[in-house]
Write a protein that binds this ligand. Structure first.
Ligand SMILES: *Cc1c(COP(=O)(O)O)cnc(C)c1O
Ligand SMILES: [Zn+2]
Length: 372
């Protein structure tokens, strides 16, 4: 099926073959295309392409994949709250970003794009590098110089070219945008196909829950690519008559970088500290799609929660003791349960998204364990 890129700000439209990554007015773009969704028609293997009827690909059968499977929705208990943990850190490269990269890179392949630029705190770079290698696309990755070396090594091992940028995440984004002037900027922060890839997580969660909507979903939010993917999928399922009420979408951020909270309070988000932030995957000072994230929080009667580093480390250890080793960014979502548990009842169905593997951030964790 063919998609049209649409600007939610000025209304401009572009056929997808135009290969634009943002609107001429400067806004991000969304996509519109025809789809149908009927759970009784789902068949075959439990993988990303199971939901191809709602994915904006022209030729889903021709898509390249690593043969990904559903990730478990695993029962765990945090702070006395029984939850089901969506274990996306078990995807191919160790984070949920594989879902977005899978779709974005397959779309690049369909459009004949040979060379891409991406900037990332780490995990989306790993995903983009891996799927680009699979699709035969040349990937240039821009990364802040101070980030976890495990991710850097992973990116290079897949064969991408790494450009280390001194400074913080914003300096990095600027460098990538500059480099993208003569190639395609495949950024998870902007790219709408990425969101349609990440939305497969909510289709999986719903199918694994026998189409019974959870009460709450706790998600760590940086640029919001998982959060907005979940929101997209939920809106589609509601339109298709599969769900009535939305789960409450709980957006979790670090107290050191919480643009959502500042936005709601009508404040400017201060500059980020120069030293890397512990949950590095959500250290995004100005999320491109901030207003969409806020809309998703409000329309689902969700909330914005900020967590401290201390609570993140405690949550990470509590998870590890249950056999689940996640990185600090993921543990932020768990840490939010500590604050929120008083408002949950035992009958609430709570899902927590475990977004990234613990081995990705072992260098940072070592510093913490040694109190450096
Ligand atoms: C990227 C990332 C996030 C945040 O995702 P956004 O799309 O930026 O909101 C959360 N957890 C991990 C492990 C990540 O890599
Ligand atoms: Zn526009």
């Amino acid at each position: 099926m063919d998609a049209t890129l649409i600007c939610p700000s000025c209304g401009a439209q572009y056929p997808e073959d135009d290969i634009v990554w943002r609107c001429r007015c400067g806004s991000f773009l969304d996509i519109s295309y025809d789809y149908t969704f009927n759970p009784s028609q789902l068949k075959g293997v439990e993988n990303f392409l199971r939901y191809s009827s709602v994915l904006p690909l022209r030729d889903p059968d021709g898509a390249v994949t690593f043969g990904e499977k559903f990730t478990p929705l695993h029962p765990m208990v945090f702070y006395g709250v029984p939850v089901r943990a969506k274990m996306d850190f078990l995807l191919t490269t160790g984070s949920f970003k594989d879902r977005g990269a899978f779709l974005m890179i397959n779309k690049c392949r369909e459009l004949g794009i040979r060379r891409i630029v991406e900037d990332s705190s780490g995990n989306s770079a790993c995903s983009v590098a891996a799927y680009s290698a699979l699709a035969g696309i040349e990937a240039h990755i821009f990364m802040p110089a101070g980030n976890s070396s495990a991710k850097t090594v992973q990116v290079r091992t897949y064969g991408a070219t790494l450009h280390k940028v001194p400074g913080n995440r914003s300096d990095c984004a600027r460098a990538a945008e500059e480099a993208a002037k003569d190639s395609y900027y495949a950024a998870h922060t902007w790219n709408p196909y990425f969101l349609h890839g990440t939305k497969t997580i909510i289709y999986e969660i719903m199918e694994q829950s026998l189409w019974q909507t959870p009460g709450y979903i706790f998600i760590p939010v940086g640029s919001g690519s998982q959060f907005l993917g979940v929101w997209l999928g939920l809106q589609e399922m509601r339109k298709a008559g599969i769900i009535g009420e939305y789960p409450r979408l709980m957006a979790v951020q670090s107290e050191h970088c919480c643009p959502l909270k500042h936005y709601l309070q009508g404040e400017e988000t201060p500059e980020l500290p120069k030293a890397p932030i512990l949950p590095e995957g959500i250290a995004i000072r100005r999320p491109v799609r901030l207003t969409q994230i806020i809309q998703a929080v409000q329309e689902t009667q969700g909330e914005v929660i900020t967590v401290s580093d201390r609570d993140i480390v405690e949550a990470l250890k509590a998870s590890a003791r249950q056999g689940v080793f996640i990185e600090p960014t993921s543990a932020a979502a768990v840490a939010a349960l500590k604050q929120y548990r008083g408002r949950l009842t035992l009958s609430d169905k709570v899902v927590v998204s475990l977004t990234g593997h613990g081995l990705k951030a072992s260098a940072r964790m070592e510093e913490i364990l040694e109190n450096r």
